[in-house]
Design a protein around this ligand. Structure first.
Ligand SMILES: [Zn+2]
Length: 105
């Protein structure tokens, strides 16, 4: 199983080859997942089975960035954006510690 790590992406990534499957990887500036051995980017489909909590964390960071960007231009972000953020947070909580998350349900 390849070791997937979290990295800060200083520039937008477009159509780089995934280090696991060779498929295209597109990532905005910010957090992204890479292979520890080669620093090759990892696509979302490959990241979920190998590092579910890190994949959920990147999704949460992307959602938070998007809502933060919206919040700069309006007093209250749209409800759909807040629901996306809440969904991403719930997915991260479930992936990071599934046993603890199950106790809260
Ligand atoms: Zn892949």
């Amino acid at each position: 199983m390849p070791q997937v790590i979290l990295a800060c992406n200083p520039a937008t990534v477009n159509d780089e080859a995934c280090g696991c499957c060779g498929g295209p990887v597109n990532a905005p500036v910010g957090a992204r997942l890479i292979l520890a051995e080669t620093a090759a980017p990892v696509c979302t489909n490959c990241a979920r089975p190998h590092a579910p909590s890190l994949a959920a964390l990147v999704h949460l960071a992307d959602a938070a960035t998007r809502v933060g960007r919206i919040g700069r231009h309006s007093v209250f972000p749209p409800l759909t954006a807040l629901l996306d953020l809440a969904s991403a947070a719930e997915q991260y909580a479930a992936a990071a510690s599934p046993d603890e998350y199950a106790k809260t349900l």
